[in-house]
Design a binder for this molecule. Structure first.
Ligand code: PLP
Length: 430
């Protein structure tokens, strides 16, 4: 394996070194004034060419593996709205064991797995939830708590490590209810691992503190555990040791775990019975859902091994970026807890341009027969996110790092050439 990795990488590295070092080639058009940017081919134009695509945009891009597809084809099914789908029942039983909760429910998505608890915990009118201002629930779910549940979402300051600021959290709890001015605070929502904060993991001691706070004010806690297995592995504990501090939890099987669809919601038996009704209301009663549940069972069985290798690859990449020592693009491996890396840009190379350059494959790469196209996600002009999942190998990780290195070197060379070019012709322009 090691020999295969080094021989394959060697092949790619020759090509890559060619691109990185071939400054005169990439700059020639600019110097001659014929074109201002080197000519690239975008990933969209690459059908039929030998290009390796390394998709790090998100861990939602995974493809169901052969084992999942086989399990789906062979799944025993029934009408799950009647509770008669044996594969869904098996999945839910397994999920409840993993969570350490009385029961669990298979739902269509992480978004539904976050909305249902809001609707169940906030049945009385005029309720509100306290939610992180950088959380998925607050930013990326279309304000569903307000739009669909009729529940106010009050944002709480999120620290760089993904934890909610406890002082801010406590100060936001409404003491005034039932004074007619105030909504009633019912629910605290946490996210572990924290997506926007770069996959940061909330420590158990912090979760315990939030539990104490919630108990003091009679509040419930919902955990958006879309990446619960990543959090558990990073903390070196079982998922149930995280969930014990929460009333309800959601977990996505369609992210790094690789199933095509679905999430699991855990909690007490009465909560899950209520959640089942709300799921139907939202159009999430899925009938012969065992076809999907079968893939989710495989995802759960394989979760631990996948997460281990994802975290290893993520760490290797972040350390590799640090070794590149480019001021253009940096990351701090000590803040990489799980399967997400946030690349910080120093302002010269904007996030979207870095992503475009990573995706694009130069004609020289194509000629060599081994182009690499890396997909990443620009969160802002100064931040690009890359995410690991079960479809990304150690070799893919090295190729992605090499591509990043080439892009940064080429960009640096272009910029320094631009600065040192003689300003011929300026007089005429005046
Ligand atoms: C932390 C978190 N929660 C919830 C979701 C929503 O999951 P879904 O896309 O399945 O609705 C995501 C999706 O990326 C997420 O990152």
């Amino acid at each position: 394996m090691a020999a295969r990795l080094s021989s394959t990488l060697g092949c790619w590295s020759q090509r890559c070194r060619g691109v990185g070092a071939a400054v005169p080639w990439s700059l020639a058009p600019r110097v001659q004034g014929a074109r201002v940017r080197p000519m690239y081919k975008s990933a969209g134009d690459l059908a039929g060419t030998r290009v390796k695509v390394v998709d790090l945009r998100s861990d939602t891009v995974t493809q169901p593996c052969a084992e999942m597809r086989r399990a789906m084809a062979e799944a025993e099914v029934g009408d799950d709205v009647y509770g008669e789908d044996p594969t869904v029942n098996k999945l839910q039983h397994r999920a409840a064991q993993i969570f350490g909760t009385e029961a669990a429910l298979f739902v269509t998505s992480g978004t539904m797995g976050n909305l249902i608890p809001v609707m169940c915990h906030c049945r009385a009118g005029g309720a509100e939830i306290l939610v992180g201002d950088q959380s998925h629930m607050y930013i990326y779910e279309q304000g569903a708590s307000a739009k669909i549940a009729g529940v106010l979402a009050r944002p709480v300051r999120t620290r760089g490590d993904g934890c909610l600021d406890l002082q801010d959290l406590e100060s936001k709890i409404q003491h005034g209810y039932p004074d007619a001015h105030f909504a009633e605070t019912r629910l605290i929502c946490l996210e572990n691992t924290h997506n926007r904060m770069g996959g940061r993991v909330l420590p158990l001691s912090y979760l315990r503190e939030v539990r104490h706070l919630a108990d003091r004010y009679g509040l419930q806690i919902h955990l958006d555990g879309a990446r619960l297995f990543n959090a558990a592995h990073a903390l070196g504990v079982e998922p149930a040791q995280i969930v014990q501090f929460c009333d309800t939890v959601s977990l996505c099987v369609s992210k790094g775990l690789g199933a095509p669809v679905g999430a699991l919601l855990g909690g007490r038996a009465q909560f899950v019975a209520d959640a089942r009704r709300v799921r139907k209301l939202l159009g999430g009663g899925m009938r012969q859902a065992g076809v999907l549940a079968a893939a989710a069972v495989v995802a759960l069985n394989r979760a631990e091994e996948n997460v281990i290798s994802d975290h290893r690859n993520t760490k290797a990449f972040s350390e590799g970026v640090q070794t590149l020592a480019s001021p253009l693009c940096t990351t701090d491996p000590s803040t990489v807890d799980s399967n997400i890396v946030l690349l910080t840009l120093d302002g010269r190379l904007p996030g979207q341009e870095l992503c475009d350059r990573l995706v694009n494959v130069t004609p020289l790469e194509l000629e060599s027969g081994q182009g690499v196209s890396v997909r990443a996600h620009a969160l802002s002009a100064s931040c690009v996110r890359v995410v690991w999942h079960r479809d990304i190998s150690a070799l893919d990780t090295q190729l992605a790092l090499r591509k990043l290195s080439d892009v940064l070197q080429t960009y640096t060379a272009e910029q320094s050439c631009r600065v040192t070019l003689p300003c011929r012709g300026l007089g005429k322009l005046r």
